[in-house]
Unconditional design. Structure first.
Ligand code: TRP
Length: 454
């Protein structure tokens, strides 16, 4: 069976950007930036994207395209009779774990979207409520919703079904096609919010926090977080981009593609910062903790409540989040689907069902871990927090480490150079940076981070 390919350059970029741009950019990034010192963190983050993100992305693209197969078989095809395929298995498990809790949050965004449409979200709050009372109004609302059992499940399931619909459509007619529609929509919405936010009175204070670095805040701890954020945001370390790389035609220029995707992902993070921080400072909410769910489900509704037509803006914003989440969740599921299609020789439809059906059960466990199952803990963490923690802190860095060692040291020295050579001569200096990045900088920094975290 010939492997499916993306049909156009734009489509392939839209799909890959779709994977990269997700809750990681709009939800995780501002929270990380706030706790790690604002602009200093942004600076470290940008350095990590260039130094580690782009080289590792190119390693994943190269492994995927050279092998033309799923992320487990890629390793066994490129290095037969070795145990390297286990790297692919690790990645596949991480991607599935992330999918289990990520889809629950995606479900919350769907619920909030509907609540905004019907106006329920703002029922009972007046535009002149004090900051404290409006904060407690939305906090209570969020906790009540998240900690209940059934409503979140319904929306998680809805999100799973939408994913299934897209995935059954296949690489071209499903993933590529929705990304072509949804990515431009996402950028349009982001720009709109950015303009609105920057026009708020006192927006300058927020912009300053986000863009003027305080160098004393550059700490090893902030660096570790910037590194983790870069991997998560660029979808690295678990074979997602090996899987997508296998769908790239031979003529795709990998270096340009990786550069474009990373810059668009970074742009989304920066635009999000330019939306959140000015809005938060204008409405006197800077003291609020943006960690976890509060930013999106409490602080922003507080901002919307003070604008004209709150329901409209809230609905558009949660639509934006849904779109971002959807194109990321399909990419996580695709890792395993591609494996089932290829290894177990199943049709697309059957492969999608095999992968998605267990998700109903596992995501139920994650969702209920805020409600009835909150006492089911592993190492003191609820199921949701456990999966979040082991993937972000251990599985992704270890996956990224193994992938960089494989591409940089196990494969022949000219392996990546050959894959990156567009048609003519490779640009030497660029290749030197990328090659050394994959061989030295990526594994070196990850090792330091892993060792220091133990
Ligand atoms: N990058 C996505 C985000 O920012 C999430 C994601 C998709 C991801 N695929 C991944 C994270 C693979 C880590 C690895 O939300």
């Amino acid at each position: 069976m010939a492997k499916a390919k993306f049909s156009s350059r734009i489509g392939l970029i839209a799909a890959t950007v779709g994977s990269a741009v997700g809750l990681g950019n709009i939800w995780r990034f501002p929270a990380e930036t706030q706790t790690n010192g604002g602009a200093a963190f942004l600076l470290l983050y940008i350095v990590c994207v260039f130094l580690l993100g782009i080289p590792l992305m190119l390693a994943e693209f190269s492994l995927g395209r050279a092998s033309g197969t799923d992320s487990v078989t890629a390793f066994s095809r490129l290095r037969p009779n070795s145990k390297w395929w286990l790297t692919g298995v690790l990645g596949m498990i991480s991607s599935y774990f992330i999918l289990c809790f990520y889809i629950v949050v995606a479900g919350w965004t769907v619920e909030y979207f509907f609540q905004s449409l019907t106006g329920d979200l703002f029922n009972g709050i007046s535009a002149h409520a004090s900051v404290e009372s409006s904060n407690s109004f939305f906090t209570t609302k969020m906790e009540k919703y998240i900690n209940s059992d059934f409503p979140p499940l319904i929306f998680t399931y809805l999100m799973i079904l939408i994913n299934l619909g897209v995935l059954i459509g296949g690489v071209k007619k499903g993933i590529e096609r929705i990304s072509m529609w949804l990515m431009p929509l996402l950028f349009l919405l982001l720009l709109t919010f950015c303009i609105i936010s920057l026009s708020f009175p006192n927006s300058a204070e927020g912009v300053r926090f986000f863009l003027t670095p305080d160098f004393s805040k550059i700490t090893p701890h902030a660096l570790v977080n910037a590194l983790g954020q870069a991997f998560f945001s660029l979808s690295l370390g678990m074979g997602t981009l090996i899987t997508y790389g296998a769908y790239f035609p031979k003529k795709t220029k990998l270096t340009q593609t990786a550069f474009t995707v990373s810059m668009l992902d970074l742009l989304v993070a920066v635009l999000t910062g330019l939306i959140i921080f000015p809005a938060v400072s204008s409405f006197g909410l800077s003291g609020e903790d943006l960690r976890g769910s509060t930013l999106v489900f409490v602080t922003l509704p507080e901002v919307f409540a003070q604008m004209p037509a709150p329901s409209l803006w809230a609905a558009l914003f949660f639509l934006l989040l849904m779109v971002a989440a959807l194109t990321s969740t399909v990419s996580m599921a695709e890792v395993t689907i591609s494996f089932v299609e290829e290894r177990w020789k199943r049709s697309r439809r059957v492969a999608c069902l095999i992968v998605i059906l267990p998700l109903f059960i596992l995501s139920t466990l994650c969702s209920l871990s805020f409600g009835s199952l909150k006492d089911w803990t592993i190492g003191g963490m609820t199921i949701f927090n456990f999966l979040d923690n082991i993937t972000a802190n251990y599985m992704l860095p270890i996956g990224a480490l193994l992938i960089s060692i494989f591409a940089g040291w196990i494969m022949p020295r000219d392996f990546m150079r050959n894959e990156l050579r567009p048609f003519g001569a490779p640009a030497r200096t660029i290749y030197t940076i990328i090659g050394n990045g994959v061989r030295w900088i990526v594994p070196g920094l990850i090792l330091i981070v892993l060792i220091s975290s133990f």
